[in-house]
Design a protein around this ligand. Sequence first.
Ligand code: ASP
Length: 349
Amino acid sequence: MKKILKNIGLVVVCGMMMLNSEAQTIDPHTKYVMVIHGGAGTIEKKYMTPQKEKAYRDALTKALEHGYKMIDEGYPAMDAVQAAVNVMEDSPLFNAGKGAVFTHEGKNELDASIMDGATLKAGAVAGITTIRNPINAARTVMEKSEHVMMVGQGADLFAQQNGCDTVSPAYFFTQERWDQLQRTIAEEEVGRAAYNYNDIRDSRIAGISPKDAKFGTVGAVALDKKGNLAAGTSTGGMTNKRFGRVGDSPIIGAGTYCNNATAGISCTGWGEYYIREVAANRVSSLIELKGLSVVDATKQVIDEIGKMGGDGGIITLNRDGQVAMEFNTSGMYRGTVDENGKITVEIYK
Ligand code: ASP
């Protein structure tokens, strides 16, 4: 135990050393064992306070530490993904679990999915309202039912019956997200071009614009000591979403995909485009059928989404420990940990 704590101490020191540099730090010769994201959007330094930036960096670092500890101790990649995602779900900073965005009616409806690269088993939930950690509910569907996806009250009930922590819907509330909804509704009512998603005025909140106030989904991909991959994604969806809207995050193949033969992939961004692109599976298919590298496949899918008019980011990790973190927005909360436990966290382009 002492050794683990010491290792984590070292990891944090290394991580802090990397934090000052915003150059893209992916090294093609390094073997990475985990990559995470905390959402992509118009995340710019000019809208960020030093305190807020530090809070994001600390939260990402903590998520990577928890994930790495699992990997280091020999647990399956699924456990590492869940551990890292749980940290971000519990943090009010991210649009997942506590701090999720609000629907038009002022509710939090949460979506999540998880996939095992060794067995191609997967689980997903959509529109749940009372499970503290939606990724745990997704894993429960995978492991304890014959199904891949459950939605709404049934999914809440199933997760509860199978031991997932429940909370009152009020648990997910944060003032920032609530204010964000009120502003979005006000803009809509004023009829500003039927709520123009390209409007990036009034960008004071958490360094993100109204457009991107919709983003902030979290995701992780891990590679365990047996060489197995797992990927997972968790989100509150998009602010002001209507009538049972479900985005890409809980859809296997769109927001999450994982196959030991290719890679594990987790997406964040404007979900409707990711669904139409079948984004996560497309990255995998480009690797499998076209022989593209992890980076080239991920870049191509982001480019295609951009051409359709969508925006966001994608993280990818394969069994060789090669990683990609691509996005067509000005920033993406993201980080990696390598096989020696060295953590790197980045925010801006
Ligand atoms: N992809 C998510 C959705 O459309 C949003 C996000 O990534 O922030 O529900």
